[in-house]
Design a protein around this ligand. Structure first.
Ligand SMILES: [Mg+2]
Ligand SMILES: [Zn+2]
Length: 211
């Protein structure tokens, strides 16, 4: 394996409960942007394994009028400086800024980059000069698993695997290779797989009847 493609919200930084709208979504303000524990250390570990690291993230917040592009760039600088402080680095970052029902007219479109489409993943792989089947795709959403599987990546799910998820994942092939509680645990899994050491857990099994 040569590269790791990371979702951002819920993998690198915490998602936020927006009380006003009653929804869980990406951070929209500086104060809301917080890296999750052990993320810089995990990225450093991936770097040390010789893997390229890219972020592939749907960010429709600008299209929906929640924030400005400048804020997204501020988040990016905050994130990169914290990763750098642990001696790690991110090779490249790709966002899909579109949304089919955007308020901002020029961002209102059905694009090929919004996950579960695979445009962002293809772009990352092309720029990193790797093939998609040499990439891990790590995310906390079904759209990450779908995009990763469709692109031929090895997928890792961050979060708690619920049986309901199976119903949304089209087919067994969408199930991830591994379920991790955070990026650090995912990085441990990757290290174990790549070095042939340690314990490599198996894919989640669906507990519901008939699956
Ligand atoms: Mg996410
Ligand atoms: Zn897009």
């Amino acid at each position: 394996m040569k590269a790791v493609l990371l979702d951002r919200d819920g993998v690198i930084n915490a998602v936020i409960y927006h009380q006003d709208a009653g929804v869980i979504d990406a951070p929209f303000t500086r104060a809301q942007f917080k890296l999750l524990p052990r993320v810089p250390k995990a990225i450093r570990m991936l770097n040390d394994l010789g893997l390229r690291v890219a972020i592939v993230s749907n960010q429709p917040g600008i299209a929906k009028g929640h924030m400005k592009l400048e804020t997204l760039k501020v988040f990016e600088r905050m994130m990169l400086s914290q990763v750098r402080a642990e001696g790690g680095h991110v090779d490249c970052i790709y966002y899909c800024l579109h949304h089919p029902e955007a308020k901002v007219r020029k961002l209102r479109q059905r694009c090929r980059c919004r996950k579960p489409e695979i445009g962002l993943l293809e772009q990352a792989a092309a720029d990193l000069r790797v093939s998609l089947d040499e990439c891990y795709m790590i995310g906390d959403g079904i759209s990450d698993l779908l995009a990763g599987s469709r692109a031929g990546c090895r997928t890792i799910f961050i979060g708690r695997w619920k049986c309901e998820i199976c119903r949304f994942t089209e087919a067994p092939y969408v199930r991830p290779a591994f379920v991790a509680k955070d990026l650090w645990e995912a990085a441990q899994f990757i290290r174990a797989e790549m070095t042939g050491t340690g314990q490599v857990a198996s894919s989640p099994r669906c507990l519901s009847a008939g699956a």
